[in-house]
Design a protein around this ligand. Structure first.
Ligand SMILES: Nc1ncnc2c1ncn2[C@@H]1O[C@H](COP(=O)(O)OP(=O)(O)OP(=O)(O)O)[C@@H](O)[C@H]1O
Ligand SMILES: [Mg+2]
Length: 1004
């Protein structure tokens, strides 16, 4: 950490004679793997490489060589390092890398990066702007931002080096993982170093990313004997290494670090001297070189003399890495004493400079520092730590950045646990505001432990720490922890006679954290909070309770109560002038009122959301403003199916870094389009949604996005893909009734129907509806579909019900009951009504009311008009046998049209089924396999159908199976079948030969 307030004071260390090896020994294979990875990145095939090995084996050295190679190729190189400390600082290595980018003049204002500027401001103050407003911060958002900065088009690529990740904080690791998952198609190489001899969270991460094959690992081995000698010769700058020196090196264990240390120790003890004829071993000195590195450190420290020794010991107390300008204060000496000591410690390889500005140094190895600190008696260590803490507080008022954590550590070391805990509380609040919730929670837990073990007590501090923890749990949506904490904290607040408002706020937090999943507890907390508000006659508190209670009522399906409470909190907020807390309460209330209205009167809902939008604008509440625009766009979509405004809001949300909103909109779009003809559009939106949902850990939305992909595969009859996607979705929320209702009740059924297996569809449908229907319908989450993450009834859950009715009608099952259930589930409009109308037609026909049945079928057909043609054709194919049997509708005309339609969209099985029905009805049947292409006589003679001819012509143009599938609107599996059949019919030996053969038919 450097301090810009002291310009001009910097410490530069001139070259001193050292035992550091000037050249790289060995490592040819490792280095070439790294340069290959650089070349691949330059080529747009980025990657993540973990360099692992023992401490001192040469990971950093190898990485440094890679950095040189990257610079030579014109790469941008960013660098960050994790630091060993009792209290990790969230995002430390990432912040360091970004600061480096900022110093090098990078400004996040190019398209694509600008979206993340607001989020980045939380890490790099230079990048924040007053107009940025609030944005969403989370590790993955920083990860995306970093990726964009690294991918900015400038030079051939970027290299990001993150060192010593065995010490990294959890947020940094989340970013490392995000990068590994997302760099494959970029010009970015991420290089991470990690000691693998000790367990660490990063090592676990490495195992998981390697298993996913998104990262490579380079294990740096120890040097062999011959390489050790070669290295010694390079260090000594002498072709001969005296035998006695080789003997000294026997203890180096193949570690380059040990080689340099042993040589340095030998020189400093006088055992190894540079005489007129080269290096000689002074036989008179025998005790000089101890076996261990710790011992060698001690020797060199002693050789510095007491004055310098004192200074270096103080430096060690500051940590492995330290700012030299603190040392005069900490050690109570002059600046020139410090500079001298640093020179000498550097010359004996105890320390090395870290940054180019020369302010920061580090001990060469963590062992170096540990060796020094562990020699201190604890009273001495405590008093030095205290001096260091005080010096830092004096030099860095307010303890910005990582100073806060460091001073906390020093205070703890100094035997001042209360002060340390208070600092950890400050650090915890900062982490919360950066979205680093895991670090915040860890740090606050440490603070709790410090207090628990302290001789003195500070009850209020203890409570404040728990209040901060409650906030972190609430933000991370961890109701379980929050509720446990609240149960413990609330009696303590009461016992110390704290302002009851504090208790009420904890309860409000608990009640607004996933109330849908914890109804009983939420109700209790709300009641208690309300009692406090009443007793205090506190309007603010009462209104906050009302607003949260309104949302709770909405979630539990008590819409009138929701309306009533929200109206009351809104009135109170209006009376209070709609600023500060009142603005927040007003927005929460309007949000509830708008959603309630949306279930019965879209125009009224629009008016409410418009008002909220205006309030948010006046109060400068950016996130709320975008939220309300989103609600308005949803009203548009519900009114007439238009998605234009939703798309606009999506862009805005993305721009402001509010990934959670953008992701919900992607789900809405995919859902709205999923019944239309453009399935590629659906897939694209659903995939985007899945990515965003993973980013913000929105599991339900992620599962739903995968369900929509599965639906597309089902319509395309790609059974394998359906199965895989359904499994993925179910694994995200195991046995969740809503997900199961989709995967089993809708997707599996649609898949069977498009394969024309009606009885199987009927079996699947009734099993799924019986098992998951009631749970999903009565489940706490979304009462009756009024409250949902996706705003619209979540992913049109009603579809399963309407489809079930249609399938039962087609399979002669209990259609009557299924229709009633669908109506109870509210699946009665649009596409759903289409299904129901056809099902009702079957029942009417069976009861002998042919005219009524005909009219109902016409209604069904009209309902399906806005959707992709296959839905109406499918419904008609399902009811045609009944229509023929009972004499209603136009089954023959339907089946002719459906057969042609299904042929055109590649649904050959369904086309076949339609022809089968016609044949049974005694009709002349159109020929099968009708594609668009004319079959030339020579192909026709071989029995090639016109659909196969379609495929053949595309094969000739060099399209892949999946491209052909897309063009002909059939599944890749079907293409495969056609290709196999073509290979057989044309007598070729395989696809490649078929392509060559087909090329003659390709249109020139
Ligand atoms: N192949 C090599 N040739 C020459 N010198 C080397 C080689 N490998 C390492 N060194 C030197 O040995 C010392 C220790 O290496 P380095 O700092 O790279 O180890 P490390 O694996 O990063 O250790 P740590 O886990 O402590 O970070 C450095 O001074 C480095 O320059
Ligand atoms: Mg290293």
């Amino acid at each position: 950490m450097t301090d810009s307030k002291q310009p001009g004071r910097s410490c530069s260390i001139s070259h001193v004679e050292s035992m550091l090896c000037p050249v790289l020994i060995g490592r040819g294979a490792e280095l070439s793997a790294l340069t290959d990875a650089l070349d691949a990145a330059a080529d747009g095939r980025g990657g993540a490489v973990f360099v692992t090995g023992d401490a001192g084996v040469g990971k950093s050295r190898l990485t440094r060589e890679a950095a040189n190679a990257a610079c030579a190729r014109g790469f941008r190189v960013l660098f960050g390092r994790a630091v060993e400390s009792a209290i990790p600082v969230p995002f430390r290595p990432i912040t360091e890398a970004l600061m480096g980018a900022s110093r090098a003049g990078a400004v996040p204002d190019t398209p694509g990066i600008a979206d993340y500027r607001a989020a980045l401001g939380a890490l790099v103050p230079e990048w924040s702007r007053p107009e940025d407003g609030d944005s969403e911060v989370s590790p993955v958002i920083f990860g995306e931002a970093l990726l964009r900065i690294l991918s900015a088009p400038e030079g051939p690529g970027s290299l990001l080096i993150l060192e010593d990740l065995q010490w990294a904080d959890p947020e940094t690791l989340a970013i490392v993982e995000y990068l590994a998952d997302n760099v494959a198609r970029s010009h970015v190489l991420c290089l991470e170093t990690l000691r693998d001899t000790e367990p660490s969270a990063c090592l676990d991460l490495l195992h998981s990313v390697s298993a996913r094959r998104v990262a490579a690992r380079i294990e740096v081995p120890r040097l062999r004997r011959r390489a050790v000698v070669e290295m010694a010769s390079a260090c000594l700058d002498s072709p001969d290494v005296p035998r006695a020196v080789s003997r000294l090196l026997a203890d180096c264990d193949g570690l380059p670090f040990a080689v340099e240390e042993i040589l340095a120790a030998a020189v400093s003890s006088g055992e190894l001297v540079h005489g007129p004829s080269g290096w000689e071993v002074n036989e008179g000195v025998v005790t000089g070189v101890p076996a261990s590195i710790v011992g060698s450190v001690r020797n060199r420290l002693a050789a510095l003399g007491p004055r310098a020794n004192n200074i270096i010991v103080s430096a060690a107390v500051l940590g492995r890495q330290f700012d030299w300008r603190l040392l005069p204060d900490v050690a109570g000496v002059t600046e020139s004493d410090v500079l001298q000591a640093l020179h000498r410690a550097h010359s004996v390889q105890l320390i090395e400079p870290v940054t180019a500005d020369g302010d920061t140094f580090r001990f060469r190895h963590s062992l170096t520092r540990d060796a020094i600190v562990s020699d201190l008696l604890s009273p001495e260590r405590a008093s030095r730590s205290e001096r260091a803490a005080t010096a830092i507080e004096r030099n860095h008022p307010g303890l910005p950045g990582s100073w806060c954590e460091l001073v906390a550590e020093l205070r703890a070391e100094a035997g001042q646990p209360l002060q340390a805990a208070r600092l950890l509380l400050t650090a915890g609040f900062r982490a919360i505001s950066q979205g680093a919730l895991t670090s915040a929670i860890d740090g606050l837990h440490d603070a709790q432990k410090l207090l628990a073990n302290a001789a003195d007590t500070d009850t209020m501090l203890d409570i404040e720490i728990d209040e901060a923890l409650a906030e972190a749990f609430a933000l991370s949506g961890d109701f379980k922890q929050l509720s446990l904490l609240a149960d413990d904290l609330i009696p303590r607040l009461v016992a110390v006679g704290a302002d009851p408002r504090r208790q009420a706020l904890i309860r409000i937090m608990a009640a607004s954290t996933r109330p849908e999943d914890n109804q009983a507890a939420a109700a209790t907390h709300l009641n208690e909070a309300r009692a406090i508000a009443n007793e205090l006659h506190d309007t603010e508190l009462a209104s906050r309770v009302d607003a949260v209670a309104a949302r709770y009522a909405l979630v539990t399906g008590d819409l009138d109560r929701a309306q009533e409470l929200a109206a009351r909190s809104l009135a109170a907020a209006e009376a209070a002038g709609l600023t500060g807390w009142a603005a927040e309460v007003a927005l929460q209330s309007l949000d509830v009122i708008g959603r309630r209205e949306r279930t019965r009167d879209l125009a009224a809902a629009r008016a409410v959301f418009e008002r909220a939008y205006q309030v948010a604008g006046e109060q400068g509440l950016g996130v709320w403003r975008i939220r309300m625009m989103h609600e308005l766009a949803t009203v548009d979509m519900l009114a007439d199916g238009s998605t234009g405004r939703l798309r606009e809001v999506r862009e805005l949300a993305q721009h402001a870094g509010i990934v959670s909103i953008a992701t919900v909109i992607d789900l809405q779009l995919a859902n709205a389009w999923s019944l239309g003809p453009d399935l590629d559009l659906v897939l694209a939106a659903a995939r985007k949604c899945e990515r965003g949902a993973t980013q913000v850990s929105a599991h339900r939305i992620e599962a739903m996005a995968i369900c929509l992909q599965a639906l597309v595969f089902a319509i395309r009859s790609d059974s394998q893909a359906v199965e895989q996607a359904a499994e993925r979705a179910e694994a995200i929320m195991p046995s969740d009734p809503e997900v199961m209702l989709h995967s089993r009740g809708q997707i599996a059924v649609v898949a069977s129907l498009f394969r024309d297996n009606v009885s199987r569809a009927a079996r699947e449908s009734s099993a799924a509806m019986a098992e998951y229907g009631p749970q999903a319908l009565n489940g706490p989450q979304r009462g009756r579909g009024y409250y949902s993450a996706a705003q619209a009834p979540l992913l049109a859950r009603g579809r399963s019900w309407a489809l079930a009715a249609l399938v039962q009608a087609a399979d002669d099952g209990d259609a009557k009951q299924a229709i009633e259930q669908a109506e109870r589930a509210g699946a009665t409009a649009g596409w759903n009504r289409g299904c129901l109308a056809y099902a009702e037609a079957v029942l009417a026909g069976r009861a002998g009311h042919a005219d009524r049945a005909t009219a109902l079928a016409a209604e069904g057909s009209a309902c399906f008009a806005p959707f992709a043609p296959w839905w109406n054709h499918l419904a008609q194919r399902l009811v045609a046998p009944a229509a023929l049997r009972d004499g209603w509708g136009q089954p023959v005309a339907w089946m002719r049209e459906a057969a042609a339609g299904f042929e055109a969209t590649g649904h050959t099985r369904l086309a076949g089924a339609c022809r089968g029905i016609l044949r049974k009805a005694g009709e002349r049947v159109p020929r099968s396999g009708r594609g668009a292409a004319q079959v030339p006589p020579q192909m026709s003679r071989l029995g090639v159908t016109s659909r196969e001819m379609d495929v053949f012509l595309l094969v000739a143009q060099g399209f892949s199976n999946s491209e052909i599938a897309e063009r002909l609107f059939i599944s890749p599996k079907t293409v495969e079948t056609h290709v196999a059949s073509l290979v057989a019919k044309t007598g070729q030996s395989g696809r490649r030969e078929l392509v060559a053969h087909a090329a003659r038919f390709a249109p020139s």
